[in-house]
Design a protein around this ligand. Structure first.
Ligand code: PMP
Length: 351
């Protein structure tokens, strides 16, 4: 017999198919920049496959610490930020312990709450998907929360929480606050410098989005030493493999190479938003990420139409608080051109 309740968990599924244009998972629309790829290939040829990786992951943690203004003891790594988030739910949650997060947001928060046997306290965002900090703080107080999760900017709505609001929540909360900054590079504001000031602040980051490395599964967390020491205790030995460590190190050292891609994505995001708003009746939510959330009558049909011509988007057509919404990751300029004309065609009656 499995542990009660686990069999009811939804599977985190994406439709795996040979899509012509894949804009459903908020990945980067291009592979590593050529200079980075070259360095990665060179370094991988020196990997000692017969030996375990460095258990303390010293080089990458030091590198990230240096680049972020912190010490190695303030940094830990995960198989994607997913693993870090799961571990944080495990560390702070548990039977009878509440974890507060907004909805709609990254669907895995509810699943991590369930797996860790914590009590999930979902707090609805406002109608325009902005966050009311008083509602978060009140929910945390009422439920004696052991952790607050802020997704900034938020997936799948694209909306951002101003840094002043994040800081106010962190200052007033009586529990740790994790800020999931998976899409931060497309927004520009980060809570990272505040970690030095607030021992209850934890910042999670990923290599999967702006750094175009979803395939290596790497994420990191910056927090005070005590939190990092606990994360270390609950991590498996050698949990990040050598290939991932090597590639992530190179990417982090060469992170400036990604700036043109990030800027281009932001320009393309605004170009698409402006086009869809002026050329169609579709509502486009303001986005601080590498994707757009659209609301349109018949969103499910639009997603099906796009799929029929080889374009994968993420449909939330039937999801609570996201009715008639679809999420489209920003692609290359050519891909975006094709997506925009397909959307316009559909709005004019193409099926
Ligand atoms: N947080 C948010 C808000 C996300 O959207 C995602 C990816 N969809 C993740 C965390 C996890 O990303 P990864 O495990 O690839 O770092």
């Amino acid at each position: 017999m499995f542990r009660p309740g686990l069999d009811k968990l939804p599977v985190y599924g994406v439709e795996e198919q040979d899509w012509r244009i894949k804009v459903d998972a908020n990945e980067s629309n291009r592979n590593l920049p050529p200079l980075v790829a070259e360095r990665v290939e060179g370094r991988l040829s020196y990997v000692a496959f017969n030996r375990y990786p460095d258990i303390a992951m010293t080089e990458l943690r030091e590198e990230i610490g240096r680049g972020s203004g912190y010490d190695i003891d303030n940094v830990w790594l995960g198989n994607g930020s997913s693993e870090i988030l799961e571990k944080l739910f495990f560390l702070y949650g548990g039977v009878g312990r509440s974890i507060v997060f907004s909805v709609p947001s990254f669907s895995m928060y509810a699943i991590y709450a369930k797996i860790s046997e914590s009590t999930a306290v979902p707090v609805p965002l406002e109608a325009d998907y902005t966050l009311d900090k008083e509602k978060i703080l009140r929910a945390a107080e009422e439920h004696d929360a052991k952790l607050i999760v802020l997704c900034n900017p938020n997936n799948p709505t694209g909306t951002a929480i101003p840094l002043t609001v994040v800081e106010d929540i962190v200052r007033r909360a009586k529990c740790p606050v994790v800020v999931d900054e998976a899409y931060m590079e497309f927004y520009g504001e980060t809570a990272l410098p505040l970690v030095a000031q607030y021992p209850n602040l934890i910042v999670a980051r990923t290599f999967s989005k702006a750094y175009g490395a979803a395939g290596i599964r790497a994420g990191y967390v910056i927090a005070n030493e005590e939190v990092i020491a606990m994360l270390r205790k609950v991590s498996m030995p050698y949990h990040i493999n050598k290939l991932t460590l090597t590639v992530a190190e190179t990417i982090f050292q060469m992170r400036d190479e990604f700036i043109p891609y990030i800027q281009q994505t932001i320009i393309e995001r605004e170009r698409m938003a402006a086009f869809i708003e002026t050329e169609t009746d579709i509502t486009v939510y303001p986005s601080s990420t590498n994707f757009l959330l659209l609301k349109v009558e018949g969103a499910g049909e639009l997603a099906k139409y796009l799929a029929s011509i080889g374009i994968a988007v993420r449909s939330f057509a039937n999801a609570p608080m996201l009715e008639n919404c679809i999420r489209i990751t920003i692609g290359t300029t050519a891909e975006n051109d094709e997506i925009m004309s397909a959307i316009k065609r559909w709005c004019k009656g193409a099926k």
